[in-house]
Write a protein that binds this ligand. Structure first.
Ligand SMILES: C[S@@+](CC[C@H](N)C(=O)[O-])C[C@H]1O[C@@H](n2cnc3c(N)ncnc32)[C@H](O)[C@@H]1O
Length: 326
């Protein structure tokens, strides 16, 4: 099912419930402290109290949710028959990826969340309490690598905004461990920075060598054709609630989240489609689009005089797969 970038109603209601009696000023201060820690190379280790966890969820969950939703949409577009029943959410934090996966896959009946941060995990379980799909989720406390070694394999494994918190050698070990537990698919999402892209690229290459296929965003399993300083990333716009605006000290009613992801499958994807790598340039005479294709990078030009193709190309958005029937 195609997932909206907005938080689902049950999650919004659960977060609103938590906001009762919690000062927005305090949430804003705590979330800016946590964001500063991230910016200066820190990680979620600074999230220690229930108030910190809630401030993190209020400030970051809408954007990370929207990025996971977009990544899962890209996967289901290429592999429409995927119907996972079990999910492992690695580095689950407040449960963001589990909520997005529940929306994308009504087939999901079992959710296992792994995280070292007990405060964030407590919040994840509280938020899930009244959810139709997530209420029975399981939480495995502690390090992802250690937990994965014991975990039962799942149809779908997701790690969102996790691997940037690990050393390079831990990232390699975790990539192998997650792949070993992924029966059908593994989706890894990171911030859309050159560093986030480099981490995804390393994991992608390693797991292709181990037999994985790329379902999205790449329409091939070959090395990425982009050359530095270019890097692959996408943008997801999401609405900002009033509370979210107050906490982030923002004026505009939306936020743009830059992200990068890779969706890997055990079976070769049933279809491959070029991916739009940047906002297309709509000129008077033609549309120019940067596409990643099975044959490499292409700067495709669609002339206005080719009416049907031009009408199709006008609908292309950054991050879209250009499926042949579109
Ligand atoms: C930036 S948060 C992302 C949370 C959530 N996945 C999301 O997208 O909103 C990173 C999470 O990874 C967890 N984490 C970091 N290192 C970990 C490890 N070695 N094992 C398990 N969890 C870890 C942190 O506790 C934190 O909850």
């Amino acid at each position: 099912m195609r997932v909206s970038p907005s938080l689902p109603a049950q999650l919004k209601a659960a977060l609103d419930g938590k906001l009762q009696g919690f000062s927005r000023n305090e949430a804003a201060q705590r979330s800016s402290k946590i964001s500063n820690a991230y910016r200066t190379g820190g990680n979620s280790g600074g999230i220690k109290s229930d108030a910190d966890a809630l401030a993190y969820a209020l400030a970051r969950m809408p954007a990370t949710y929207a990025a996971v939703a977009a990544s899962l949409n890209a996967l289901t577009e290429i592999v429409p028959d995927l119907a996972p029943e079990t999910l492992l959410d690695v580095g689950a934090g407040p449960g963001t990826a589990s909520w997005a996966a529940a929306e994308a896959f009504p087939s999901l009946a079992s959710f296992t969340l792994i995280d070292t941060n007990r405060t964030l995990s407590k919040l994840a379980l509280e938020l899930a309490e009244d959810s139709t799909q997530l209420a029975g989720c399981r939480y495995l406390p502690g390090d992802a690598g250690e937990n994965l070694a014991q975990a039962t394999p799942a149809d779908l494994v997701v790690a969102s905004y996790l691997i940037g918190e690990l050393s390079e050698s831990d990232q390699r070990a975790l990539a192998d461990a997650m792949w070993a537990k992924a029966r059908h698919a593994l989706v890894v999402i990171e911030p859309g920075t050159p560093a986030g892209y480099a981490r995804i690229l390393a994991l992608r290459g390693r797991l292709i060598a181990a037999g994985a296929h790329v379902a999205a965003p790449c329409p091939h399993d070959r090395p990425c054709p982009l050359v530095a300083p270019d890097w692959c990333h996408f943008n997801q716009r999401l609405p900002r609630s009033q509370a979210h605006r107050q906490i982030k000290g923002a004026d505009v009613p939306f936020e743009d989240e830059r992200f990068i992801y890779v969706a890997l499958t055990r079976a070769p994807p049933p279809t491959r489609a070029p991916r739009v790598l940047a906002p297309p340039d709509v000129g008077k005479a033609e549309i120019t689009a940067k596409l990643c294709t099975e044959d490499g990078l292409a700067l495709t030009k669609v002339p206005r005089r080719d009416k049907a193709a031009y009408a199709d190309a006008r609908r292309w958005r950054w991050g879209d797969a250009v499926l042949s029937e579109s």
